[in-house]
Structures are given as C-alpha cells and as structure tokens.
Design a protein around this ligand. Structure first.
Ligand SMILES: Nc1nc2c(c(=O)[nH]1)N[C@@H](CN(C=O)c1ccc(C(=O)N[C@@H](CCC(=O)O)C(=O)O)cc1)CN2
Ligand SMILES: NCC(=O)N[C@@H]1O[C@H](COP(=O)([O-])[O-])[C@@H](O)[C@H]1O
Length: 192
C-alpha cells in the first residue's frame, strides 16, 4: 500500500524480480501517486481508494478492506501509505500488516517523523519496520537501523538517506517474514 513516490515499492518489485520468495499481487493507494504509476508500469493490479469518495472514514475502512481482500494477500505492506488503517481492515489483516517508518520508534511516530526528528535536534534517527496495530506506529518492532543526522541536513536530504536504508531493510524483512514467519510475545516480535 502506498501514497507517494513509490521508492519503497520499487525496491520490493526489484527484489521480487530478482527471485525473492514473494510476489506483489496488487498495490492499493489512497490517492493518485507515483507509486500507482510504478505498479501499472510493472503490470501489477492497482486499486485507488480515496477517503473523500466515501461518506465517512468507517465506510472508507470497509471499502478498502474489501478491495484489498479481493487479492487474498498473505501479507500487507504499508510502504509510504499515509492513512491510518481502521478497525475493519485491522480485524481482517491484523498480525499480517507490516509498516516502514522513517524514524527510530517509539520516537517520532506519525506522518512527519523525519521533520520531527530534525526539529528536535537529535543526532541519530533511522528507520523502523514494525507490525501495524490499532495505534499509530505502536505495533511490535521487527527491525531497526540507525541513520546519522548531518549538521547541514534538510528534511529532504535526511529523508532520502533514510529511504536508502529503508529500501533494503524493508525488502530484507519481508523476505524473512514470508519464509520464516514471526513469533509475537506481547510487545516483542521476532523472526525465528
Ligand atoms: N492503524 C495503523 N495504520 C497505519 C499505521 C499504524 O501504525 N497503525 N502506520 C501508517 C504509516 N504511518 C507511519 O509510519 C502513518 C501515516 C499517516 C499518519 C497520519 O496521521 N495520517 C492522517 C492523514 C495524513 C495525510 O493524509 O497526509 C490520517 O490517516 O488521517 C500517521 C502515521 C500506515 N497506517
Ligand atoms: N509515517 C509514514 C511515513 O512517513 N512513511 C514513509 O514514507 C516514505 C515513502 O517513500 P516512497 O514513497 O519513496 O516509497 C518512506 O520513507 C516511509 O518510511
């Protein structure tokens, strides 16, 4: 699932094309975006499910769930998907939704993790891959990598450096998940 420029999606497509043990069955977006164009360029089915096209958020949640479950995914990856998934989606796919966040959670959750880390003045940030739950970036953490912040960093330069790490880490975690699964013990999640 995506909302933006699709570089994380491209990394997953590349890994799959290189023989990784997973296939991208569809891409769902909440807005017209480059990620949807990338999916179409690779003949991957895409669905557009915009909040504004539904009477309320609950209706969008139900519609998105129906559109995604039609593809019967074993895992759902939110790769720059900028909407909070609702209770219907979570009940349908809970435990099988993986998100990549551009900060070292629990620090700087939400839609602006890169800007928030930069504004706070931390010297190190990074990326987190985690399971998605009903909270905002509160699900069990699967993997993290640090990224140093440079004195002259802007949000864009820092975010691009984080993305370069994310693109590899997310693909590595997805590969491990589809082959080994995950063991969850409370807040702890481990890939055996
Ligand atoms: N139930 C959950 N859904 C999602 C999670 C999650 O942890 N739990 N992670 C997000 C991805 N994400 C951070 O990694 C994130 C994306 C967007 C937002 C947010 O506040 N979105 C607003 C709208 C913002 C916009 O449209 O530009 C909203 O949903 O109203 C917070 C965190 C994926 N889904
Ligand atoms: N909180 C969610 C969030 O900020 N997600 C971030 O959006 C970017 C998508 O990049 P892309 O569109 O180039 O794949 C990624 O950095 C991802 O961590």
């Amino acid at each position: 699932m995506a909302s933006g420029t699709g570089s994380l999606l491209s990394s997953l497509i590349g890994r799959a094309d290189d023989g990784a043990p997973f296939r991208i069955v569809a891409v769902a977006v909440d807005r017209p975006c480059r990620a949807a164009d990338i999916a179409r360029d690779h003949d991957i089915p895409t669905v557009l499910c915009r909040v504004v096209d539904h009477p309320d958020r609950a209706a969008w949640d139900a519609a998105l769930t129906g559109q995604v479950e039609a593809f019967e995914p074993q895992w759902v990856i939110t790769a720059g998907f900028m909407k909070i998934l609702g209770p219907v989606f979570l009940s349908r796919f809970g435990g099988r939704i993986v998100n990549s966040h551009p900060a070292l959670l629990p620090s700087f959750p939400g839609a602006h993790g890169v800007a928030d880390a930069l504004a706070h003045g931390v010297k190190v940030t990074g990326t987190t891959v985690h399971l998605v739950d009903e909270g905002v970036d509160t699900g069990p953490i699967l993997a993290q990598e640090p990224v140093a912040i440079h004195r002259d960093d802007t949000e864009d330069t820092l975010h691009e450096r984080i993305k370069s790490v994310e693109r590899q880490l997310l693909a590595d975690v997805v590969t491990a998940l589809v082959t080994k699964g995950v063991v969850i013990d409370g807040r702890k999640a481990d890939i055996p």
